[in-house]
Design a protein. Structure first.
Length: 335
């Protein structure tokens, strides 16, 4: 089965690559305003691609070499379909954006199988029990995952200006697929969130007094608005407990909290409740959608709150509604 057509166009020779290839890739990624995560991931996969072909320069390789690497990932490494697709995206970026070569359809790629699994969902009692084992900021973050349907990174990257307490809504900026959306802010979280923001503001004011207080701005807005990074509205709702040096700008800033802290806390909370399900942060988002459908909300509304592009993605939650086998009464129960 193929992925990418023949007809690679050569415009550069390896000797012309000044600065070094990976430095060019890094520079191009930053011009395109990709996240630091994408930058690290793409560079890692490009390195693996080059090492797989015995450090040959990618300009000397073609579609067959790309197919061989992707097939190796599926067959020898047994990677997930999403991982293989990520590797492909990195290689395509290298050829199209850095080497100036258009890659078409690559034949003969062994595709990693994408299993269709139903999402793990907490019951309302289980969600309540897990939240009861969390406290402080971690409780508030997990409550937003469940109460507003946020993805993990949408939560940790939340900015103060995008939380509208009076309107009881949250603006999710640049979510999955680079889309913005509006979701609810539960009434039960309005007061805890207000109290949390008061503490965060005190921390921000302390940073300003010490000569810091600037936060990273997306899409190079810091060049257009040089002082915006110090404004209260742009600060993270869930900041890190300490300042760190930004690897791109070399500036000392207070970034958002490390998402691994919440992931570990939720995993520990799930184990503490004795729940046998493999629950995680994302299980709260699945539970948000499923419980809304159980409450009678229509699927289009749930689709918009989740930010799904296609309603078919949201439809999967209809298969995990707490109604047994599709709501059918067993003949044994009729006896």
């Amino acid at each position: 089965m193929g992925i990418l057509s023949t007809g690679i166009r050569h415009t550069h020779s390896p000797m012309e690559n000044k600065p070094k290839l990976l430095e060019q890739v890094r520079a191009r990624i930053r011009v395109k305003h990709y996240s630091i995560r994408t930058e690290r991931s793409y560079l890692d996969w490009i390195k693996r691609f080059i090492l797989f072909h015995d450090k040959r320069h990618p300009d000397e390789l073609g579609e067959a070499d790309i197919a061989a690497f992707l097939s190796h990932l599926a067959v020898a490494r047994n990677v997930a379909a999403a991982t293989q697709n990520l590797a492909l995206s990195a290689i395509l970026f290298l050829y199209r954006e850095v080497l100036g070569r258009e890659i078409g359809w690559v034949d003969g790629v062994e595709r990693a199988q994408k299993p269709r699994r139903l999402p793990v969902v907490f019951s309302q009692e289980e969600a309540r029990a897990v939240l009861a084992h969390l406290d402080g900021g971690k409780w508030l973050m997990a409550s937003l995952l469940y109460g507003a349907g946020l993805r993990l990174m949408e939560c940790v990257r939340l900015r103060v200006k995008d939380v509208e307490l009076a309107q009881r809504q949250i603006l999710v900026r640049d979510g999955k697929g680079a889309k913005d959306r509006v979701t609810m802010l539960p009434d039960a979280l309005a007061e805890p969130l207000r109290a949390h923001l008061e503490k965060v503001k005190i921390l921000h004011e302390q940073d300003l007094r010490e000569g810091f207080g600037e936060v990273h701005l997306p899409f190079a807005l810091d060049r257009k608005y040089p002082n915006a990074g110090r404004e209260w509205g742009w600060q993270y709702v869930f900041p890190s407990g300490r300042r760190s040096v930004d690897p791109r700008s070399d500036k000392e800033r207070r970034h958002h909290i490390d998402e691994k802290l919440l992931q570990r806390a939720v995993s520990q909370a799930v184990r503490a409740t004795g729940i046998a399900k493999p629950g995680s942060c994302h299980t709260f988002r699945h539970s948000f959608a499923t419980h809304l459908l159980l409450s009678g909300y229509d699927i289009r509304t749930v689709q918009e709150l989740l930010g799904h592009k296609d309603v078919s993605t949201t439809m999967i939650y209809t298969h995990v509604l707490n109604r047994g086998g599709k709501g059918v009464v067993s003949p044994l129960d009729r006896m």
